[in-house]
Design a protein around this ligand. Structure first.
Ligand code: ADP
Ligand code: MG
Length: 593
């Protein structure tokens, strides 16, 4: 028997599609405010959005009747027929968001149309109106969503850590900040004001306004090292900003694509971005991008996904080609190094256009030697943990001593990944990343344990500008970062003054990357919040990677550093650092014997 589903069950099903997590609630509310023509939007959340999410705007507002209607499914003021669907100029159009959110929370809507004398308040619990009446509030709308998923505990269990959920909330806000440039935004995360942005003055170009918003949310340094993108075609236009060829990030988070003003996630667009940097970006590094595509609406389908994050293009290949060409010409046309460098000012690690390499500074052996000279009494720099079990040794090396005494002569690099080395008539193949990572890991460990100098104070401290979520995580892990050698001093809500860096990294140019990479990985829970894990990750981020071309001196440095290690045989993740080509193997293969 076919039965019509009860209305509250329908609501629950729809809620599941639209309301996955706090960030999806926030997205719908902010988009409604923008659709209502708001000029100022105030957002706040508590407990990563689980306790409350509030969005207040100064937009059109609703009459009490409209407000009641807005809470019914498929009630929307935005489209009335199927024809409208192809040319949607608003964010919302399905009329499902408010009822879906109200079905899974304690919900309050206070709204007052422009020109009305008072506001109207409606309170809903688990989808049922529980209170309604006049209220005092300025024109506009305020929606408050408390105890999200209180009646669907299974959904609560699916949420990620607070840090991750907060990151997603911030992302929603950033999406809106970049797209809605004439709107003022004020954001409070857990009671702290994290963003307070005014619209740019009248007459500011969209490019300038966007760049200013990038600076205020992602940091001045990001905004200073971008290239302008602009291309106009017959059916589409693209404009925005992407990293210049010398600047890259340890995570892919700072990339935003908009299609007709709507933030989207689309694999081909991301692909086109990375393609433009082909051969200029190390593996594991990511460009920054904020790109707006304007495409004839009849060639885009936005009604693919309930949360409208996905779009479909009627001719994907053309969009891809168009974007690729635009990005490539931005990168090749605009390599204005001198200007970019001036703007970067005194930040560390940006001093040359060359990619930062790991051990351009002194080798571990040299650092230790220097320390020996400096340290009057101190602890023994090389712990006396000597002979290792046979199974842990490699090649012909029966002990740590023989490994340390070996003379390694690097011959060349292979595939930008391995170092071919001759030693006592034998051929060895070192994995450059595994070897460098092992050495740096031990250096960092020694620094933390007082066996090597820990911190290099900076004569010229620099300011590390970050997003609110990065700031929060850095504050949370300040003790570990300090233990590693960083000296960070809070500098406003979203910046730190960096007064010292790990001495073992010195001027390697990676001090900032490591800091950012670590915090990103902690936020995305790629690594656990434990000292050991953080240390291993720092070593990984600070070391030559597979794919990095190395000079002979750098290869020598890696080998020398590895020779002073306590456990040179494997990287901190357990991969071998080198292999030996069996003596006689070549002769046997060429049938010389
Ligand atoms: P949709 O946005 O898809 O139309 P929603 O459920 O999000 O559906 O909203 C339903 C309707 O409520 C909207 O069409 C709009 O008319 C009204 N509305 C929602 N939020 C606001 C707001 N902040 N200001 C004014 N009107 C709003
Ligand atoms: Mg909506």
């Amino acid at each position: 028997m076919i039965r019509k589903l009860p209305e509250d069950l329908i609501r629950h099903i729809a809620a599941g599609e639209i309301v996955e997590r706090p960030a999806s609630v926030l997205k719908e509310l902010v988009e409604n405010s923008l659709d209502a023509g708001a000029r100022r939007i105030v957002v706040s959340w508590e407990d990563a959005g689980k306790k409350s999410i509030r969005v207040t705007d100064d937009g059109a507002g609703m009459s009490p009747e409209d407000a009641r209607l807005a809470l019914e499914r498929h009630a929307t003021s935005k489209i009335s027929s199927l024809d409208d669907l192809s040319a949607i100029g608003t964010y919302g159009f399905r009329g499902e968001a408010l009822p879906s959110i109200a079905a899974v929370s304690r919900f309050q809507l206070v709204t007052r149309p422009q020109g009305a004398s008072e506001a109207w308040s409606i309170e809903v619990e688990g989808g049922k109106i529980v209170r309604e009446g006049p209220a005092g509030a300025p024109p506009g709308t305020s929606v408050s969503v408390e105890n999200l998923f209180f009646n669907t505990p299974a959904r609560l269990k699916f949420l990620k850590s607070d840090a991750t959920e907060r990151g997603l909330l911030s992302r929603v806000v950033e999406d809106a900040i970049f797209a809605a440039r004439p709107v003022d935004f004020q954001v409070f995360s857990e009671g702290r004001e994290t963003i307070n942005l005014k619209a740019s003055p009248e007459g500011t170009s969209p490019e300038t306004a966007l760049r200013e918003r990038i600076a205020r949310t992602w940091g001045r340094d990001k905004a200073a090292s971008v290239e302008a993108v602009r291309a106009e075609g017959r059916y589409m236009t693209v404009w925005g900003w992407i990293s210049d060829v010398h600047s890259h990030q340890s995570s892919a988070k700072l990339q935003r694509f908009y299609v007709n003003g709507r933030p989207v996630i689309h694999r081909r667009l991301i692909h086109a971005l990375y393609d433009a940097y082909k051969g200029r970006l190390f593996t594991g590094r990511h460009p920054v991008a904020a790109l707006f595509l304007e495409i004839n609406p009849s060639l885009v389908d936005v009604n693919v996904h309930p949360s409208k994050r996905e779009v479909r293009f009627s001719s994907e290949g053309e969009v891809y080609d168009f974007l690729s060409r635009a990005l490539q010409s931005a990168l090749s046309g605009g390599a204005r190094m001198p200007e970019a460098m001036e703007e970067r000012g005194g930040t560390v690690g940006r001093s040359s256009g060359l990619p930062p390499l790991p051990f351009s500074g002194p080798t571990l052996a040299e650092t230790r030697a220097a320390y020996l000279v400096q340290a009057p009494a101190g602890p023994s720099p090389i712990p006396s943990q000597t002979v290792l079990a046979g199974s842990e040794t490699e090649g012909d090396f029966t002990s740590l001593e023989t490994f340390r005494e070996a003379v390694f002569e690097p011959l060349c690099q292979f595939d930008d990944t391995y170092i071919l080395v001759r030693s006592a008539g034998q051929l060895f193949i070192f994995d450059q990343h595994a070897a460098a990572e092992r050495a740096l890991f031990e250096k960092l460990q020694d620094g933390a344990e007082g066996k090597l100098p820990l911190r290099q104070p900076l004569l010229l401290p620099w300011v590390w500008e970050v997003s609110p979520e990065v700031a929060a995580m850095a504050r949370d892990r300040l003790e570990d970062l300090t233990r590693m050698g960083y000296e960070l001093e809070a500098f406003g809500e979203k910046a730190f003054r960096v007064r010292g860096v790990p001495a073992v990294l010195g001027d390697s140019g990676r001090v900032k990357e490591i800091l950012e990479g670590l915090v990103d990985d902690l936020i995305s829970e790629k690594i656990p919040k434990q000292w050991d894990a953080i240390l291993v990750r720092a070593a990984c981020l600070g070391s030559a990677r597979a794919g990095d071309p190395l000079e002979l001196a750098q290869m020598k440095g890696i080998l020398a550093d590895l020779q002073t290690c306590r456990s040179p045989w494997s990287c901190p993740h357990g991969r071998p650092t080198f292999l030996r080509v069996e003596p006689g193997e070549l002769a046997r293969r060429f049938r010389r014997t």
